[in-house]
Design a binder for this molecule. Structure first.
Ligand SMILES: NC(=O)c1ccc[n+]([C@@H]2O[C@H](COP(=O)([O-])OP(=O)(O)OC[C@H]3O[C@@H](n4cnc5c(N)ncnc54)[C@H](O)[C@@H]3O)[C@@H](O)[C@H]2O)c1
Ligand SMILES: [Mg+2]
Length: 352
C-alpha cells in the first residue's frame, strides 16, 4: 500500500493504529499486573471478580443463555463478612484479564480448601441465595455463554484448578506460595518457580481428497463424531504428533499437512488444541481402527458432512431420523475444521 493514498486510507491507518494501541496498552498493563504484586493488589481494589465454587462458575440464567455476573471487592468483602469469614480467601484469587478501560478481572473459588483458606470454604447453597445465581458446571454451561464469557471462564477454571493441584513443591514437599496475580507459585524453601502448565493436543481432520475421516470415542455423547485428536508427547514437534496419532489410531500415513487454528479447550482438564488439515497418501485409505482408543472411525463424503453441518443439532436429527450422526458444536475447534474442509478443501506438503 502506498503511504500517500488519500484521506480515506489515512483514516483507515489511523483507526488501525488506535486499535493496535488499545490492545498493546491493555497487554502491557496485564503483563505488569502478572509480575508486580503491589500493582495487582491495587488493581483488585477497582477490579471485578468472577466467582466459582469447586470449579463451577456462578451464573445467572437469562432467556436462552447464561450470564456471568461480576462482583466488586467491596461486595465480596461484605459477602464474606455476612458468612463470618475473614477476607484471607481473597488471596486465592487469580488474574484472568482486563477490559479496554483497564478494569482488571479476577476469578475466585469459594469452595476449594487451599493453603490460604483452610477450612474457609463457603456453603454453596447459601452463597447462591445471597448472590441470586447458581454454580453450574462448565461442561453444562459453556455452550450457552457468549464467546467472551466462555473464554474468560474457561481460562479462570483452568488457572484455579492448576493452583488447587499445585499447593506443594514436588522437590521439598513444602507448601508453595502463589504470587498475587496467580501467574506462578514459588517454593519458599528452594525458590523453585512453578508456572501453570499447558497441555498441547493436535486435532486433525484427515482427508483422502474427496472424503474426510471422522472418529468417535466411547466417551463422546451418543452419535457424535469428531476429528482425530491426540496429546503431544514430550520431545515431539506438532508434525510428528499428527503423524504418530494418525498412525496409532487409524493405521494411516499422512502425506500433506496444513495448520488451521488453535483453541484453549477446558474439558476434561484444559488443553491447547492445535487444529490441522491433513491428507493421506493416495490409494492408502484402508482404516485399521485401534479399538483401545476409538469406538469407530469412517470416511464421510463432503455432501454427507455438509448436510449434517446444516442441521447440527442431535434432537433435530433424531426427529428426522435421516442423519445417523452429528458433529461437535460451533464453539469447538473440531467444528471449525470440518466447516473449513467442506468449504475449502486444500492442503500443503508435510515438511520432512
Ligand atoms: N475442542 C475440540 O473440538 C475437541 C475435539 C476432540 C477432542 N478434544 C480434546 O482433545 C483431548 C485429547 O484427545 P484424545 O483423548 O483423543 O487424546 P489421545 O488420543 O492422546 O488419548 C488420550 C490418552 O493420552 C494419554 N495422555 C498423554 N498425555 C496426556 C495428558 N497431558 N493428559 C491426559 N492424557 C494424556 C492418556 O493415556 C490418555 O488416556 C481431549 O481432552 C478432548 O477433550 C477437543
Ligand atoms: Mg485420540
Amino acid at each position: 500500500m502506498s503511504l500517500y493514498c488519500g484521506t480515506a486510507c489515512r483514516r483507515k491507518i489511523f483507526w488501525c493504529y488506535r486499535l493496535l494501541s488499545t490492545y498493546v496498552t491493555k497487554t502491557r498493563y496485564l503483563c505488569e499486573l502478572k509480575e508486580d504484586d503491589d500493582a495487582c493488589k491495587k488493581a483488585q481494589q477497582t477490579g471485578a471478580f468472577y466467582l466459582f465454587h469447586n470449579l463451577a462458575p456462578l451464573l445467572q440464567k437469562s432467556e436462552h443463555q447464561y450470564l456471568a455476573p461480576q462482583h466488586s471487592l467491596l461486595e465480596l468483602e461484605r459477602l464474606l463478612s455476612k458468612f463470618g469469614q475473614d477476607s484471607q480467601i481473597l488471596e486465592d484469587s487469580v488474574l484472568i484479564g482486563c477490559s479496554e478501560e483497564q478494569e482488571a478481572w479476577f476469578a475466585l473459588d469459594l469452595g476449594l480448601n487451599s493453603s490460604s483458606s483452610i477450612n474457609a470454604s463457603l456453603q454453596k447453597a447459601e452463597i447462591e441465595t445471597a448472590l441470586q445465581g447458581s454454580f453450574i458446571k462448565l461442561t453444562k454451561a459453556l455452550f450457552e455463554l457468549n464467546v467472551k464469557d466462555a473464554s474468560l471462564l474457561s481460562t479462570a477454571q483452568a488457572l484455579l484448578r492448576w493452583h488447587d493441584a499445585h499447593q506443594f513443591c514436588s522437590r521439598s514437599g513444602q507448601p508453595t506460595k502463589k504470587n498475587v496475580s496467580g501467574s506462578k507459585r514459588v517454593c519458599p524453601s528452594n525458590n523453585i518457580i512453578y508456572y501453570p502448565q499447558v497441555a498441547p493436543v493436535v486435532i486433525t481432520l484427515v482427508s483422502d481428497g474427496t472424503r474426510c475421516l471422522l472418529v468417535r470415542q466411547s466417551s463422546f455423547p451418543k452419535g457424535m463424531y469428531s476429528a482425530l485428536a491426540g496429546f503431544c508427547d514430550i520431545g515431539e514437534s506438532l508434525e510428528e504428533t499428527v503423524r504418530r496419532e494418525i498412525a496409532e489410531e487409524v493405521g494411516l500415513e499422512v502425506d500433506r499437512l496444513h495448520y488451521s487454528a488453535s483453541q484453549h479447550w477446558p474439558f476434561p482438564n484444559s488443553t491447547l488444541m492445535i487444529a490441522c488439515h491433513a491428507t493421506v497418501k493416495p490409494g492408502q485409505t484402508e482404516l485399521q481402527v485401534n479399538l483401545r482408543e476409538l469406538e469407530a472411525a469412517a470416511w464421510f463424503s463432503r455432501d454427507e458432512v455438509a448436510t449434517v453441518l446444516r442441521r447440527n443439532n442431535p434432537s433435530n436429527q433424531q426427529q428426522s431420523g435421516a442423519v445417523p450422526f452429528w458433529l461437535p458444536p460451533k464453539l469447538a475447534i473440531a467444528h471449525q475444521l470440518i466447516k473449513e474442509w467442506v468449504e475449502k478443501p486444500t492442503c500443503s506438503p508435510l515438511p520432512a
